[in-house]
Design a protein around this ligand. Structure first.
Ligand code: NUP
Length: 219
């Protein structure tokens, strides 16, 4: 698989740059700061113009089912949505999952966040929720490579996407070597002087890294 990067767009990136980037990324992750800056209509129009395999909305939804459905129904231009798993199943994630299934959209659940203060002591509960909901994918911080490997072994058919690469400290390619499918990268790309070349360099580093870790990627 060539493109292993999901570009985290928490700040506006002009269409001219996005058009050059689209062949270099697998996905585009739309963050809440971007929607608050631009407004929903402009984000929708921007997304319409780009040709990227998966558009993921990352509001880390954590609410009752009715409210989460009310959010995603306004953003059906996206392919998938990220929600928290600690909110539980009944009356919440079960309703969101059925709604997204009905609309042909994907759901990612947060399994373990990338920041150091995230508490993994409720991990077994989170795993129960993931098993019950059976989402398209899960989010695990790239800063936690052991956890990525153990989730990959336990949930082999679920896609793992990993933020925390670059600015937050994880090395490019480490999460993929540990078993993640994609690395989510934001500021290291969009704050660079030349985001297009920066992304190309990052892709090259990931490619080289993945070549060297191949034997160790968990099945
Ligand atoms: O645990 C998480 N950590 C994290 O940084 C879960 C996330 N979804 N993210 C998101 O990944 C965060 O909201 C941001 O959009 C992106 C990381 O951006 P950056 O640190 O590469 O700029």
């Amino acid at each position: 698989m060539k493109n292993r990067v999901i570009l985290a767009m928490d700040k506006y990136i002009p269409l001219e740059i996005l058009s050059e980037i689209e062949s270099e990324v697998y996905g585009l992750k739309i963050g809440l700061p971007l929607v608050l800056d631009l407004g929903l209509e402009k984000v929708r129009n921007l997304v319409k113009e780009v040709n990227i395999e998966e558009i993921i909305v990352d509001f880390k939804l954590a609410d009752i089912g009715y409210v989460m459905k009310s959010v995603v129904e306004k953003m059906l231009f996206a392919d998938s949505f990220i929600a928290h798993s600690f909110i539980g199943v009944k009356g919440s994630l079960d309703e969101l999952k059925s709604y997204l299934d009905e609309k042909g959209k994907g759901l990612y659940l947060v399994a373990s966040m990338s920041h150091s203060g995230w508490n993994n002591s409720f991990l077994s509960y989170i795993k129960e929720v993931i098993k019950e909901i059976n989402p398209k994918g899960i989010v695990i911080g790239a800063t936690k490579t052991d956890l990525i490997s153990s989730f990959k072994r336990e949930f082999s058919s679920i896609k793992i996407i990993s933020p925390g690469v670059g600015v937050q400290g994880a090395n490019y390619g480490d999460a993929i070597c540990a078993g993640a499918d994609f690395e989510i990268i934001g500021r290291s790309i969009y704050t660079a002087k030349d985001p297009v070349n920066q992304l190309k360099s990052i892709n090259k580093i990931i490619e080289d890294r993945v070549m060297n870790c191949k034997g160790r990627v968990p099945k």
